[in-house]
Ligand binder design. Sequence first.
Ligand code: AMP
Ligand code: ZN
Length: 116
Amino acid sequence: MENCIFCSIISEKIPAQIVYTDEQVVAFKDIHPAAPVHILVIPRRHIESVNVVQAQDETLLGHMVNVAGIIARQQGLEHKGYRLVINTGPDSGQTVFHIHLHILGGRKMPFRFDEE
Ligand code: AMP
Ligand code: ZN
């Protein structure tokens, strides 16, 4: 998709610190890390957000979670834990409209869903 920053990373038009790739997904370090470990897992296929996910995408989305676990273990996060986030739409603060799974770890995650 033209004018998509994450499609540009996939096609190597713009650089990224890539930590994992396979035939379905690419994972790279977030440019503005919100935690000591902050990695994004994205599908090679452009999907705008969870809002447009269809049944045919279930295997791909499941693979993204599996890859997130592989990366988290590689980063040594398996015991202390980590958070996986998919922001969707304006209220979530989604800024890049190519679906992505945030892996956040290496510090306590203070935010709970009952807090402002
Ligand atoms: P979201 O708010 O869920 O849409 O998250 C988008 C994330 O992409 C943010 O955490 C940004 O810091 C990150 N980001 C934007 N551009 C780049 C880039 N060129 N390389 C790496 N991460 C990026
Ligand atoms: Zn894209």
